[in-house]
Design a protein around this ligand. Structure first.
Ligand code: URA
Length: 240
């Protein structure tokens, strides 16, 4: 791996800023001061220091983001800013969101560069549970709970897996609910409610597998996953 890329990925700034550090002569590889940014290093074997700080390279990084509305869950977009732009670590040019939330949906989004974990969480065969909080126009009732349990049909002929719908509160004009689903079809929650003649007016993901959205994160804020959270996300025996 090129030394400038490694340092950028390790949080020492953009590739341009990192080149300046190298020029200054404060980057030491295996005891030798280096002056060229084009040299290649092996982050697992070479001992690399910047000033008095040793580089311990992390191949994979994992963040929990509280996605705000107005950002698209992609790495590039022509119309909207992307969720990747919210992560200051974006000089790690390999970060991507694990799955998609609609542009107007808020809440829990895992950002990583670990394709294996992403596949594990997104593969339809794994049935990874996702919980959403939503506001619905009108009254959600027991009948809807039963229809969700039986399996709602969306996209004309796709029968969703049985989903758990919980009513938190309801007035004559609006209901607050939580729903747990096990697939990730495009606009799935909105379509499930449309199928019972109701409209989602606000949607927020609050859990994925057993990872809960950290309520101390403001919209647009993020933090690293803890080792324990990560172990549980990776543990295939933990599903609910
Ligand atoms: N279901 C939706 O309708 N939208 C989302 O963003 C996520 C699930």
């Amino acid at each position: 791996m090129r030394i400038d890329k490694l340092l950028a990925h390790s949080g020492f700034g953009s590739r341009k800023e990192v080149k300046e550090l190298i020029k200054k002569g404060i980057v030491i590889v295996n005891g030798e001061k280096i002056k060229k940014d084009k040299i290649h290093v092996d982050p697992m074997r070479d001992e690399i220091w910047v000033d008095d700080q040793q580089i311990i390279y992390e191949e994979h990084v994992y963040y929990m983001l509280n996605k705000p509305a107005g950002y698209v869950s992609a790495t590039e977009d022509k119309l909207y800013p992307t969720v990747v732009e919210l992560i200051d670590d974006y000089y790690r040019d390999d970060l991507f969101p694990v799955g998609r939330l609609d542009v107007d949906t808020e809440g829990l989004l895992i950002m990583t560069n670990d394709g294996v974990l992403a596949h594990q969480l997104l593969s339809p065969k794994k049935h990874c549970p996702k919980v959403y909080y939503a506001k619905i126009k009108g009254v959600v009732n027991e009948n809807d709970i039963q229809k969700f349990l039986k399996g709602i049909v969306i996209n004309d002929d796709y029968q969703c897996q049985s989903a758990h719908l919980k009513i938190i509160s309801t007035t004559s004009t609006e209901s607050e609910i939580e729903v747990e689903i096990y697939e990730g079809k495009f606009h799935q929650v909105k379509k499930m409610f449309l199928a019972v003649g109701k409209e989602v007016t606000y949607l927020k993901r609050i859990r994925m597998k057993d990872l809960e959205l950290d309520n101390s994160l403001e919209l647009g804020a993020y933090r690293r996953l803890t080792d324990e959270e990560l172990d549980r996300l990776k543990d295939e025996s933990v599903l609910q």
